[in-house]
Design a protein around this ligand. Structure first.
Ligand code: URP
Ligand code: ZN
Ligand code: ZN
Length: 464
């Protein structure tokens, strides 16, 4: 016995198809008309879109900063699934002096049996040495086919020589490397100066991380990648300056894949300016890179529309305002870095992208499902409604309207970056590998069923 979803519109990057979808066990087995068999359960999706489950390739669950944490894998992936995301890729973090194996073991302990979505990890490299180089191959054997390095954060950043050697190794292994592009040394100096001058408020987080420092790191990364001739992935692109640098790099023939995040499309640096009584509220938006000007948001939307930016993720890294962000009341450098959003991406990009005619439905699916699956070796198992693919399916009612309110959210954090935003859409049904997890926006399972996904090597689209 299977399930047939009928009367809906199947969305992919290539168009919208009015056909039925038949699911048996974990897979989509048929797409067509009149495909229901006796005893199949029928779901009427009239007026709804049938979309592949979204994939968020940038989350930090159970990410401790100085021992504090808000969302762990259980609450974070519950919020993800309630927000239409059926697979997440989190970052397992190597500590300086530690091994990649230790990072993987640690992340497995954090995640195993706790995830409501399917999941995988990128491996963060912050200690480049011969052992790390060898271990990269071991990680590929574990299904981890993407790695990440930082140009910023003094406890994580690596030098250009290490980036060069790691990229050479990535080329040998055929894997993709992502980079946090901000010039960390200069940020450190600007932060020290700010504190010496008693500039301690949250707005100095933004003022000490100007967009020129993103541009510089993007340019340096492309320079290194160009010598090796390897594609690179830029995480959380935030600024027009960084974007222009990517375009210049592409014009010279470099392969660059760019990700931006919901917050850089919908919020801007005015969020750091105190508005009400509470002069510290800007701390809610202390995330890196910081929010930029409206011009940058416009550029990023254009980049998505024109195919210059391939992916929208969230960089969900949640800390409570009360008690956690407040650690930086007297010094902005002590505010835990990161913000929530895994629950909100799908509807927000639909509302402010599709409903406001910045992008079409096909592009929405491309940037939150299909491209993430392609770039990170999950395609066509995930990221598309196709015969043989996992039945990760969102049945989306486009008409429903609601307001974002932290007090009603699932993510385990006491504020929402998009408080009061109107959003369109309702998740009528969400399936993960053929199992209905959400009905009428309610979670209908008591236990998490997410499975670890071993990923293939990345798949580069000729346009990128
Ligand atoms: O603010 C952020 N993004 N925190 C998480 C670490 C990172 O840079 O991705
Ligand atoms: Zn980052
Ligand atoms: Zn991040």
């Amino acid at each position: 016995m299977g399930i047939v979803i009928t009367n809906g519109k199947i969305v992919s990057s290539r168009g919208i198809l009015e056909k039925d979808v038949r699911i048996v066990k974990e897979k989509i087995v048929e797409i067509g008309l009149n495909i229901a068999k006796d005893e199949d359960e029928i779901i009427d999706a009239k007026g709804y879109y049938i979309m592949p489950g979204a994939i968020d390739v940038h989350t930090h669950f159970d990410c401790e900063a100085g021992g504090i944490v808000a969302d762990d894998f259980r609450t974070g992936t519950k919020a993800a699934i309630m927000g239409g995301t059926t697979t997440i890729i989190d970052f397992a973090e190597q500590i300086k002096g530690g091994t990649l194996r230790h990072a993987l073991d640690t992340w497995n302990k954090k995640a195993r049996n706790k995830t409501y979505t399917d999941y995988s990890y990128h491996m963060t490299i912050s200690d480049w040495n011969d052992r790390t180089s060898q271990e990269m191959a071991e990680m590929v054997g574990e299904g981890i086919t993407s790695f990440k390095m930082f140009f910023a954060y003094k406890d994580l950043q690596v030098d250009d020589g290490s980036i060069y050697l790691a990229l050479k190794r990535a080329k040998e292994l055929g894997v993709i490397m992502g980079f946090h592009c901000e010039n960390g040394d200069l940020i450190e100096k600007l932060r020290e100066e700010a504190i010496l001058e008693e500039n301690i408020e949250p707005i100095y987080h933004m003022l000490t991380r100007p967009p020129s420092l993103e541009k510089e790191a993007v340019s340096r990364l492309i320079t290194i990648a160009e010598i090796i001739d390897i594609p690179v992935y830029i995480v959380h692109l935030s600024s027009k300056e960084g974007y222009d640098e990517i375009k210049r790099g592409r014009d010279r023939g470099n392969k660059i894949i760019a990700e931006t995040c919901t917050q850089y499309l919908l919020l801007n640096k005015d969020c750091y300016i105190p508005k009400g009584e509470d002069k510290f509220e800007g701390a809610k938006y202390v995330l890196s890179p910081p929010l930029r000007d409206i011009e940058s948001s416009k550029t990023l939307w254009n980049g998505l529309r024109e195919g210059e930016i391939q992916i929208v993720a969230t960089d969900h890294c949640a800390f409570n305002y009360k008690g956690q962000k407040e650690l930086g009341l007297e010094d902005f450098t002590k505010i835990p870095n990161g913000g929530p959003g895994v629950e909100n991406r799908f509807k927000l990009i639909y509302t402010y992208g599709v409903k406001e005619n910045r992008i079409g439905m096909e592009k929405l699916v491309e940037i939150i499902s299909e491209n993430p699956a392609r770039v990170f070796g999950l395609y066509p198992k995930k990221g598309i409604i196709k015969e043989g693919s996992d039945a990760d399916i969102v049945i989306f009612n486009p008409e429903h309207v609601s307001l974002i309110e932290a007090e009603n959210q699932v993510q385990n954090v006491d504020y929402n970056l998009y408080e009061g935003f109107t959003q369109y859409g309702k998740f009528e049904y969400i399936f993960l590998r053929g199992k209905m997890l959400v009905r009428d926006e309610k979670l209908i399972v008591s236990k998490p069923i997410g499975k670890y996904q071993r990923r293939n090597r990345f798949c580069l689209n000729s346009r990128w």
